[in-house]
Design a protein around this ligand. Structure first.
Ligand code: NAD
Length: 285
């Protein structure tokens, strides 16, 4: 039997509609939610992501505050830009697009973002709160995965979940969140032994490794739920980290690439921005 598709594009459109309603309510109170995106250099993928984020802001009525710096901008210039946006009352959410050029220390930059405006949830304080099971701002891709599972009414408590990839932006926060929701979590990386065995014993598989179709369809347990975060360019095509056609034959639910987690990440960025604006408007921040 072929798995049902977890259609991220369709769910993201519904979530954006809800966000638009929340924007409308804020506007009625005289608050224009604002998202600042800082882009350094000319990484082509980053340019596409940031352009998409800015476009979606406009569609939903969120003010987009753009700060673009050249590839040779100094770390100090970037830190000054972040500090200026921290102080800017038009800005409720602030993100610095990763990766940054090699001469810039990413950790220093992420620590400079005001944790109250940290829309990506990457500031050490917000990472710590997530690790403690008291999330204040959940990273957008992790939120997108969670929302897809919620909308499809996939229970998480008690599930054996495997996450492949331990990056700070996807794998680790997703592992922490699923753990706090009572899944039994296995977090895999390049030194993991017997990846096929671990995947085949899991009811929920989250692939976030950035390796085209590295998770083979015949590793997937019958009836498992498969979330493919990977975005890999193969010739003219985009493919995920999971061998889609064969995995679909075994899974019960599976995300496509493109049109799965990607649109959800942007939708959750918009939602997080509005949440931050509501917190300020409600004096909760
Ligand atoms: P990353 O390169 O920072 O991390 C990759 C992780 O995968 C590492 O922890 C590494 O140990 C692990 N890994 C790599 N090869 C492996 C292997 N053969 N076996 C086991 N583990 C292995 O990547 P990232 O930033 O977390 O992104 C992962 C993928 O997700 C990329 O394709 C990226 O483009 C995509 N991505 C998608 C979205 C989205 O919204 N859909 C958001 C962020 C990232």
């Amino acid at each position: 039997m072929s798995a049902q598709l977890l259609d991220g594009k369709a769910v993201a459109a519904q979530e954006n509609e809800r966000t638009r309603e929340r924007v409308r309510a804020l506007l009625e109170r005289g608050v224009v939610p604002g998202l600042a995106t800082v882009l350094v250099g000319d990484n082509p993928a980053s340019h596409v992501y940031v352009a998409n984020k800015r476009k979606t802001c406009k569609k939903l009525g969120i003010a987009s505050v753009d700060a673009d710096l050249p590839a040779d901008a100094s770390e100090e210039t970037l830190l000054e830009t972040v500090r200026r946006l921290n102080e800017d009352p038009r800005v409720h959410g602030l993100l610095v697009q990763m990766p940054l050029p090699k001469h810039i220390d990413e950790h220093r930059v992420l620590e400079a973002v005001d944790p109250q405006k940290d829309v990506d949830g990457f500031h050490p304080r917000n990472v710590g709160l997530l690790a403690l099971g008291r999330p204040w701002m959940i990273p957008c891709t992790t939120m997108g995965i969670l929302r897809l599972l919620e909308r499809a009414e996939v229970g998480i408590a008690g599930k054996n979940a495997v996450i492949i990839g331990r990056s700070n932006i996807v794998g680790k926060p997703t592992a922490l969140l699923l753990l706090s929701l009572h899944a039994t979590v296995t977090l895999c990386h390049t030194r993991t032994r017997d990846l096929p065995g671990l995947v085949s014993r899991s009811e929920l598989v989250v692939a976030a490794m950035g390796k085209a179709e590295a998770i083979r369809g015949d590793w997937i347990a019958p009836g498992a739920v498969v979330i493919d975060v990977g975005i890999n360019r193969v010739g003219e095509k985009l493919v995920g980290d999971v061998e889609f056609a064969s995995a679909r034959e075994r899974a019960s639910l599976i995300t496509p690439v493109p049109g799965g987690v990607g649109p959800m990440t942007i939708a959750m960025l918009m939602e997080n921005t509005v949440t931050l604006a509501e917190r300020v408007a409600g004096g909760l921040s």
